[in-house]
Design a protein around this ligand. Structure first.
Ligand SMILES: Nc1ncnc2c1ncn2[C@@H]1O[C@H](COP(=O)(O)OP(=O)(O)OP(=O)(O)O)[C@@H](O)[C@H]1O
Ligand SMILES: [Mg+2]
Length: 619
């Protein structure tokens, strides 16, 4: 053990050191400087912001704007700690509308770099430049606006400089910092130069239509094409933006942008709310993509909780979580087929006026019991509803050779084909033409060829129907004439006993016949034709994993998914054209039918262009 150090007397730290310590919280790397300087330019009302970087921002960061500028006599004050033009009282702090409010950033940056501030206000005879080291102010030349130059970051604090990564990595972080601003300010144009070469240029796009264009410029056309529009109000929270379809999810969470009142934030409540909206449609551990703007009264959110302002605290985090979840969930629920009639499923229009309509989200929730979104195919909603009810409420007829649950698709044939003949050419998923290898349904629609994975699609339809039944009433249950008994593990018997209520709710009645045997006495009507023992076993296994009392909702969904998988039409089952058409019509009307219960796609459109390309056929 080392000797204890001799005690030193308590002394005040010199001002320079205090600033440097404070700077450590604000300025971590070149990208933090970029963020602060761009924040300032935006607060100054800039319409054009240009960044020039050298050495990944370590050697030089220069941010040039055409904002309001700083008067010569205030240049020196701007560099002082706690000097700001943005708030004057505690009250202002409670409703901050600007990016900055602490009067800390420039002071912090100045203490760890060589900085200069060049600025000119409207109507001034010339510009003035302030040397951050000497405090000297001199006349200089430039148009209205401000240029902040930051050289040799951390030159006076080598320990910090040591922590910086390679120039390329620091440059990537700097660009990311500007991207975050660019995604929320389409009316501002941004240019980034590195070592004399332009590395990004996003032109301004005024007005509402500019949003999607900016998203496409920054994140790629692909992002806009594979995302849906969000415009959802939930109490005091308004959520707008775009959320990627489950297909667009990525391996990394690198395209998740959330803003609160125009400020980019990283927040667990928001991320979790978004994540939970995808729970039912996302495959494996894929990460959803989204750019979402939350708007709420500034008094409902505290932005002064973190030195870098990237974290916020909500007055009521539950309302934010719910708003995020419902906003995304309800927009994703609308089957893409319903949007096909106006636009291609994989290339929705990029203009908000025709983009997938801002879903009448609240309606969907109100109507959830009927699983009927904004189907534009039906002119008369009442009739549409009646059709759907007819499709779904007919009691299943037992069909001898029909595999488990498939009778439910059959029952719809008459109704579906009757409607089909009237508006056949309009069906988004088209008219079935063939079945391929017992796995895929091929259909023809106005865009070309539709390929449907019939098991995956039917599985989702059965699942959604089971969910509705659970929502509205109990799942209808059918007693078995002869109970099906099977030898069970002690775990299965224990679960059957402890979860009898939940099982009942799910339409299953399972009870112990002996210490080692369970009997299935009743099963959900829609699954009556399946293998009851296998069904009971897998439901018991699911229930054993989930604490039924606390996570009933979640477990129910998973259990329902298991049940749906059993009930869905299996591969290698020959379907008639009528049966195939019935399935397509159900898909068009079923929420979330674009993904199977495991998040895989249920159908794909192969357009005429793609087919023509295969055959080198010019059009
Ligand atoms: N690009 C700019 N154009 C016009 N004024 C600016 C610019 N940059 C800084 N200022 C002025 O300098 C002041 C200090 O800037 P600084 O970034 O240090 O603090 P802030 O933005 O007020 O608060 P915060 O520390 O939260 O960023 C600002 O309040 C603003 O008046
Ligand atoms: Mg600032």
């Amino acid at each position: 053990m080392s000797e204890p150090l001799p005690r030193q007397s308590i002394r005040e730290l010199p001002d320079v050191l205090i600033s440097q310590i404070a700077a450590g919280e604000v300025v971590e790397r070149p990208a933090s400087v970029v963020r602060e300087l761009v924040d300032n330019a935006i607060d100054a009302g800039a319409r054009q912001i240009t960044l020039r970087l050298l050495g990944g921002g370590i050697r030089l960061i220069a941010v040039e704007d055409d904002g309001c500028g700083i008067p010569a006599e205030e240049l020196a004050v701007a560099l002082k700690r706690h000097a700001t033009s943005k708030i004057v009282s505690l009250q202002d702090l409670e409703s901050v509308a600007t990016m900055g409010f602490r009067g800390e950033a420039l002071a912090a940056i100045n203490s760890v770099s060589e900085m200069s501030l060049l600025s000119r206000i409207e109507g001034a005879s010339s510009a003035f430049v302030l040397d951050g080291q000497t405090g000297e102010v001199k006349p200089a030349a430039r148009a209205t606006g401000t240029t902040v130059e930051v050289k040799e970051l951390f030159f006076s604090t080598p320990a910090r400089r040591h922590f910086l990564k390679s120039e390329n990595t620091e440059l990537a972080h700097c660009i990311e910092a500007v991207r975050r601003h660019a995604l929320v300010r389409p009316e501002v144009s941004f240019a980034i130069w590195h070592e004399g070469k332009i590395v990004a240029h996003w032109r301004s796009h005024p007005g509402e239509a500019g949003w999607n264009q900016r998203l496409a410029d920054v994140l790629g056309e692909e992002f806009v094409a594979s995302s849906v529009n969000i415009d959802f109000r939930s109490g005091p929270v308004h959520v707008r933006g775009r959320a990627g379809t489950p297909d667009a999810a990525r391996a990394r969470a690198d395209q998740q942008f959330a803003y609160v009142n125009g400020r980019f934030v990283r927040d667990k409540v928001i991320t979790h709310g978004a994540r939970s909206a995808y729970e039912d449609v996302l495959h494996g551990h894929r990460q959803p993509v989204y750019v979402l703007y939350l708007q709420m009264d500034p008094t409902r959110v505290d932005v002064n909780v973190h030195p870098t302002k990237i974290e916020v605290r909500f007055r009521d985090s539950r309302e934010v979580h719910q708003a995020m979840r419902y906003a995304i969930e309800s927009a994703l629920a609308v089957p893409r087929a319903q949007l096909l009639s106006t636009t291609s499923a994989f290339a929705p229009s990029t203009s908000p006026s025709t983009a997938p309509s801002s879903v009448p989200a609240q309606n969907i929730w109100a109507q959830r019991g009927m699983a009927f979104g904004a189907n534009r195919l039906y002119e008369d909603p009442a009739r549409a509803m009646a059709d759907l009810k007819a499709l779904w409420s007919t009691p299943p007829q037992v069909e001898e050779e029909s595999p488990a649950g498939f009778s439910s698709a059959k029952i719809q044939l008459q109704t579906a084909s009757a409607v089909a003949s009237q508006v056949e050419h309009e069906w988004p998923l088209g008219r079935a033409i063939a079945q391929l290898q017992g796995v895929y349904i091929l259909a023809e629609n106005t865009q070309g060829l539709v390929v449907v994975d019939m098991h995956a699609a039917h599985e989702r339809i059965v699942y959604e129907r089971l969910k509705q039944q659970l929502d509205t009433t109990q799942i209808t249950s059918q007693p078995l004439l002869i109970p099906a008994s099977f030898s069970a593990t002690p775990q299965e018997i224990a679960t059957a006993e402890s979860c009898a209520d939940v099982l009942m709710q799910l339409g299953l009645e399972v009870s112990a016949l002996s210490a080692k045997t369970l009997a299935v006495r009743a099963v959900p009507t829609s699954l009556a034709q399946g293998d009851c023992v296998e069904l009971a076993r897998s439901v018991l296994a699911e229930l054993a994993q989930h604490d039924a009392a606390t996570v009933v909702q979640r477990a129910q969904n998973e259990i329902l998914a298991t049940m749906a998988c059993h009930g869905a039409v299996r591969a290698n089952r020959k379907l008639s054209l009528d049966e195939m058409n019935a399935l397509l019509r159900q898909m068009e009307a079923t929420e979330r039918s674009d993904q199977c219960n495991h998040g895989r796609p249920t159908w794909r459109q192969v357009g005429m262009r793609e087919l023509d390309a295969l055959f080198l056929r010019g059009r």
